[in-house]
Every structure is written in structure tokens, then in C-alpha cells.
Design a protein around this ligand. Structure first.
Ligand SMILES: CC(=O)N[C@@H]([C@@H](O)[C@H](O)[C@H](O)CO)[C@@H](O)CC(=O)C(=O)O
Length: 317
């Protein structure tokens, strides 16, 4: 096994899947999207076909095509492309994992199956192990998102001895607000070189304090540059500056809303790249939402939003 590649750390954008107004995938803007992330947001790692990417709402063939497009367009531009391959069917998950390996992805991630659910740690591990075995040369990440899967097995419990069962296990994507569970994951695995990637963007600063080594999230598509400034402030131990950032994020952006539909609308406004509507059962963000988001972003003078270096995150207008 050619492990480890470079450890996955820093910001990882959970990519949106751009769609046309007819609900087809709009592959034509993915190249532009890669350039936007790298050049405008300073984000060089991506997480494809996850929650934000509506991975579970795409067909298997679409998921493969989307993964392939990101890997192809990201070549020599992105550092790491991790593909989410979780599915209700073990066979489909394995197929996606194999495909990710064939196209040269840098890692795979899997959520717990959420219809017929694994009720114990051992059952969940067995499922994950079978998926990981389909791509034995790829780093494997467990994607913990209990609010959406309904699988409440604590991540700390799952991680206990996981590498004995899944030798390719490289880290955890933790999309939950239980910072005690997250902190225990970090604390009890200090000897391992696992990646601890936090997935609740509005709580990232708290997770950094608990030992997060990186973050995966939807907002890094359009707030990557600002969040990188927060990471730098944290690194320099300038906590008041870092806190300024996180508070600003909460005050100014929480009111816009963070669902996939809203994320698509905000990303379209901020990047100028059309993300289109989400696929059913999600609904397109309302006109009222888009208008008020646009007004809000303008009032914040978003793109020239006061930089962290002056210690203030007040809107510049
Ligand atoms: C439930 C959800 O979508 N959570 C997002 C967050 O980035 C979330 O959008 C953000 O914290 C704002 O609430 C990520 O954890 C999901 C994610 O990384 C993904 O798209 O796979």
C-alpha cells in the first residue's frame, strides 16, 4: 500500500454539483469552478458527491461522471480529491469505491447506510470494511453525520481499534456538534496520524481548540479565503482575531441559511458561476431568499469584506 500520501489537512470544500435549470448535471462549469476555488478561495482540497454535492440524489452513473470530471479538471491544480462513495447498497458503494481508485482519486469517504441501519459499532465497521476493501490502495475516511443518517454510534467508539479492521483508515470527517465526542476521538488516537476533519463550519474554531487538523464544509466554497485567515490567526495563537472571524461568520451568514439550496444560490452570487437549482426532493431557493441574500452580500461589500489583518471584521460599508 502506497500510504500515506500527503495527509489531508486544512480546508476541504464540499463541492456543489452544478445543475442546469432542467435538473441535469452541468459539467461544463467544473473547470471554472476548480480555478475559482484555487485562485479566489485558496482551497486546494475537495470532497465530491457528499451532502452539499447531493451525492445521494444522483444516480451511480452520474456520481461516477461527476467524480471523473473533478479529478480530470483538478489535475495539477488541486492537492487532493476525496470522493464520497457511501450508498445504501454495499455493492453500489463498492462499485463507486473501485471507480474512484480507477480514476486516480486521492481518497474515499463513506457515511453509515441510513435506511436499513447498522445498530452496533461492529456491524457498521463490517460494512465500512467491505467498502474500503474494494479500493485497497486508497485512503479511507469515515463520514460521521448522525443528524442525517440517524446512525448515532459515537465516533469515538467507532474509532477504537479501527485500523486493525480497516488498514486503509486515514481519518474522520466529523459533521456533528458533539464536541465532546470529537475531542475524545482526537485525544484517544494521538498516536495515530489520522486526519480529524471537522464538518460544522460555524463551530470550526471550537473544533480547532479540540484538535481538528482540518475542515470539510460547504461554506469553504465561498468563504475559503476568510476561513484560511482564521486558521492562520489560530496558528499564530491570535485567538481574539480568530474569534472575530467566527463571530462574524455567525452574525452575518447564519441568517442567510445553510441548506444545499441556499448554498447553491449563495455560491452563484459570490462566484458568478451558475450552480443551478438542487434536485428534487430539494427545492430551489426562493426568489425572496436570493434577493435578500444578494442585498445582504452587497451591504457587506462581501468580496472586499474587511480583512482580518486589521483586527476588525466589521463590514466595510
Ligand atoms: C449538514 C451539512 O450539509 N453540513 C455541511 C456543513 O458544511 C454545513 O453546510 C455548514 O456547517 C453550514 O451549516 C458539511 O458538513 C457537509 C459536507 O461536508 C458535505 O457536503 O459532505
Amino acid at each position: 500500500m502506497a500510504f500515506p500520501k500527503k495527509k489531508l489537512q486544512g480546508l476541504v470544500a464540499a463541492t456543489i454539483t452544478p445543475m442546469t435549470e432542467n435538473g441535469e448535471i452541468n459539467f461544463s462549469v467544473i473547470g471554472q469552478y476548480v480555478d475559482y476555488l484555487v485562485k479566489e478561495q485558496g482551497v486546494k482540497n475537495i470532497f465530491v458527491n457528499g451532502t452539499t454535492g447531493e451525492g445521494l440524489s444522483l444516480s451511480i452513473s452520474e456520481r461516477c461522471q461527476v467524480a471523473e470530471e473533478w479529478v480530470t479538471k483538478g489535475k495539477d491544480k488541486l492537492d487532493q480529491v476525496v470522493i464520497h462513495v457511501g450508498a445504501l447498497s454495499l455493492k453500489e458503494s463498492q462499485e463507486l469505491a473501485q471507480h474512484a481508485a480507477e480514476i486516480g482519486a486521492d481518497g474515499i469517504a463513506v457515511i453509515a447506510p441510513f435506511f436499513l441501519k447498522p445498530w452496533t459499532k461492529d456491524i457498521l465497521i463490517n460494512f465500512l470494511k467491505e467498502v474500503a476493501a474494494a479500493a485497497p490502495a486508497l485512503p479511507f475516511y469515515y463520514y460521521h453525520i448522525p443528524a442525517l443518517t440517524g446512525v448515532k454510534i459515537r465516533a469515538e467508539e467507532l474509532l477504537d481499534g479501527i485500523q486493525d479492521k480497516i488498514p486503509t483508515f486515514q481519518g474522520l470527517k466529523f459533521s456533528d456538534t458533539d464536541l465532546l465526542d470529537f475531542g475524545q476521538c482526537v485525544d484517544q488516537n494521538r498516536q495515530q496520524q489520522f486526519a480529524f476533519l471537522f464538518g460544522v463550519d460555524e463551530q470550526l474554531l471550537s473544533a480547532l481548540v479540540m484538535g481538528a487538523t482540518g475542515a470539510v464544509g460547504s461554506t469553504y466554497n465561498y468563504l475559503g479565503k476568510k476561513t484560511n485567515q482564521m486558521l492562520e490567526a489560530f496558528e499564530r495563537k491570535d485567538l481574539s482575531l480568530a474569534l472575530n472571524y467566527q463571530s462574524c461568520f455567525l452574525i452575518y451568514f447564519s441568517c442567510l441559511g445553510f441548506g444545499v439550496s441556499q448554498t447553491k444560490a449563495i455560491m452563484t452570487l459570490v462566484s458568478g458561476i451558475p450552480m443551478g437549482p438542487p434536485r428534487l426532493p430539494l427545492q430551489k431557493a426562493s426568489r425572496e431568499f436570493t434577493d435578500s441574500a444578494e442585498a445582504k452580500l452587497k451591504s457587506l461589500d462581501f468580496l472586499s469584506f474587511t480583512d482580518l489583518k486589521d483586527g476588525s471584521l466589521e463590514a466595510s460599508s
